[in-house]
Design a protein around this ligand. Structure first.
Ligand code: UDP
Length: 446
């Protein structure tokens, strides 16, 4: 086990809230400094808090393979996803309890009574009782969830976490309806996640900047030659770069079964490519080795790579797999930004989703989006208004029909994209979330 302080460059000083929302240090605690929505959120919000005069630090918890195997199962199960490993038993409880007890001791070497710890996700909720007993104020921010409380996976997982749920003074969920039954009245808060429009991942890019970023990794045809390419920031697996005039469908996601990259690949190969000759697919995700708490990444990527390799050559030439190096934070952000802006259609065919930050990022860029009607996504965009939602996330035919409809209709792409950008500006930008957090901190002052 190990606990490390994630050091971030300071953000420019900003005018903070009228009264300091908390006099003591606010600690955000999660299990990875890179990869996924939570790291993305903290990377931005921790410097913003400090810039606004709220002393805030970020601790990333380490763990061994056994611990992260259990927490990955908790993650899938809380999404209501089938757990092939069977019920959570005494072994899982022992592994989880031992790891979080050890991590709790290490965290107590950093934090002081009266400080506020915001624990993120099921990986760290196990620390709540020990921190609370040591006089630390504890809130829990759960970024995943499901409204399917009757599902056996969801119910059992909440029972598994039950011993830890009394300690947090507040449990924060991204979507109304994710809170499990049995929490105290007033313990639950809903705060939808947001994005920072000024961040490298979201700032405006000129078409030339987009092209330059994609050429630099060899994805777009240009000076870099042809075929698969490796740069400091990305590895691209492809037969040939995107040709000029390609209609590009993009999904940016971790290599996680719940993101269904394989389903996007299959629907593209079988149903979109034959009907739309200029269409290309780009599946982009992080280098799996860069995400310590996501042990499935390498295997899922390998499955997608094998499926790509097995495609008939003319289709394979139109599918591009991109692995981004998260350790190059700026390079990764620029490339995600460029990919989302280059896309003619953005896909998020998740089978389950807590709250898809990639969807919000695409909305901000005015993209035409096809996404599953799962988890938080329908609260982010509405069918036929800001994007197209799949009635059935597993349905490749429906997915393909939506993508083909958008590719064929530029006016529709523009209308939905403009509406998406507007809704994002109204509901999902950082300022609103900062205010929500300050309110929470204020309520939990010593
Ligand atoms: N992301 C990234 N590089 C990648 C893939 C994803 O920076 O190769 C980012 C993405 O832009 C988003 C976050 O990781 O900000 C994923 O958050 P989301 O809520 O969509 O899904 P999660 O991974 O948390 O389930």
């Amino acid at each position: 086990m190990s606990v490390s302080l994630v050091d971030l460059p300071p953000a420019p000083r900003t005018r903070g809230p009228a009264a300091p929302p908390h006099d003591r240090t606010v600690w955000h605690i999660n299990t990875t400094a890179h990869g996924g929505g939570v790291a993305e959120l903290l990377r931005r919000s921790v410097p913003s808090h400090n810039a606004a005069g709220v002393p805030t630090k970020w601790l990333a918890l380490g763990g061994d393979a056994e611990f992260f195997a259990v927490t990955k199962r908790l993650h899938h199960r809380l999404h209501g996803y089938h757990d092939p490993h069977g019920p959570l038993g005494a072994d899982e409880r022992r592994i989880y309890a031992a790891a979080t007890a050890q991590l709790g001791r290490e965290v107590l070497e950093h934090v002081a009574p009266g400080d506020l710890c915001v624990l993120h996700d099921p990986q760290s909720i196990g620390l709540a009782p020990a921190l609370s007993a040591a006089g630390i104020k504890v809130a829990w921010r759960c970024h995943i969830g499901s409204t399917e409380h009757a599902s056996p996976e969801v119910r059992e997982t909440w029972e598994f976490l039950r011993p830890y749920l009394d300690a947090p003074l507040r449990c924060v969920f991204s979507v109304d309806g994710y809170a499990p039954p049995g929490l105290r009245p007033g313990q639950c808060v809903t705060i939808p996640p947001s994005i920072d429009p000024a961040a490298a991942k979201n700032r405006a890019l000129t078409p030339d900047e987009v092209t330059a970023a994609l050429r630099a990794i060899g994805l777009e045809e240009g000076a870099q030659g042809t075929g698969s390419a490796r740069s400091g920031t990305a590895t691209v697996l492809q037969d040939a770069p995107l040709p000029p005039g390609a209609e590009v469908v993009v999904q940016v996601s971790r290599w996680d079964p719940l993101k269904d990259m394989a389903g996007v690949l299959a629907a593209f190969a079988e149903r979109i490519a034959p009907r739309r000759p200029a269409a290309h697919l780009v599946l982009a995700g992080p280098e799996p080795l860069d995400i310590p708490d996501d042990p499935e990444g390498a295997e899922i990527f390998a499955g997608v790579r094998d499926a790509w390799a097995a495609l008939p050559a003319p289709v394979r030439a139109r599918v591009h797999l991109v692995k981004l190096t998260l350790k190059d934070t700026e390079g990764n952000a620029l490339l995600v930004n460029a990919l989302q802006r280059r896309a003619d259609v953005i896909a998020q065919k998740s089978l389950r989703e807590g709250f898809g930050l990639t969807v919000t990022e695409a909305m901000w860029k005015g993209a035409a989006i096809v996404a599953s009607r799962v988890g938080g996504i329908p609260s982010q965009l509405r069918h036929e208004r800001e994007g197209l939602l799949l009635a059935d996330a597993h349905d490749g035919e429906e997915f393909a029909a939506h993508v083909l409809r958008l590719l064929a209709n530029e006016g529709l792409r523009e209308r939905l994209g403009d509406a998406a950008a507007l809704r994002c500006a109204e509901l999902f930008l950082a300022e609103r979330e900062l205010a929500d957090h300050y309110r929470l901190y204020q309520e939990l002052r010593p």
